[in-house]
Design a protein around this ligand. Sequence first.
Ligand code: SAH
Length: 249
Amino acid sequence: MLKRIGVLRRLLIVCTLAWSPLLLLSGCTAPSPTHTPTIESDVYQEARLDMVYRQIESRGVSDEAVLEVMRTVPRHLFVPEEWIALAYADQPLPIGYGQTISQPYIVAWMTELLDLEPGDRVLEVGTGSGYQAAVLGELGCQVYTVEIIEELATLATQRLSDLGYSNVTVRQADGYFGWEEHAPFDAIIVTCAPDHIPPSLVRQLKEGGNMVAPVGPPGGYQTMFIVTKDQGQVRSRNLGYVSFVPLTR
Ligand code: SAH
């Protein structure tokens, strides 16, 4: 009996996968997660599990809480409709205004580096689509995220509220200056590249906290740094080359 259920399940998966390109190309919109699951949401669920296994675990991200939120947050609801078929692909995608949603692996890696606990107060600079903020919110953090482009800030605010992320607050502002009213932060994540580490962000980081930020000139590659603050000492460690859109002023 169990064997037969296994065969049926595999058949169902094959069918949903076989149908998925058609469903996606036909421009269907995904149901919100509050709806009863349908075959469409199953398609995205399979794609998400596959993304985590092939793109994220295989590259060494091992924090189970991070992997679980990456299996949960509906990334396809954070990309423009014309890119939905590539929502779970191993790449960044355009979100308009010359900006991008980061590659899934980069989101998971940076999140793991922050070493978060539920309840931590986290600042993100560069809200973009709101996806990274949702990942942090899904981990149970209190998230403050700053976006410089008004239209993106408005869109992300709406999307995060529709999805029920009441622990994520979006503000339209220049994130170079952080968010003084909510400082100090247990962790800070910068998802656009400044050409130096903003001193105000270092000031707003708690003792014992971690900040991750890509730093370098616009275009081409920058260097990912993890900055820690320990007994008043600020240390930064180079984690290798990455490519991000610039932090603009
Ligand atoms: N974290 C995002 C992707 C970020 S793309 C996501 O999950 O989708 C980088 C974002 O940083 C862009 O939306 C860009 O407009 C924003 N940005 C650039 N300079 C900024 C600044 N000074 N302050 C706040 N946001 C900034």
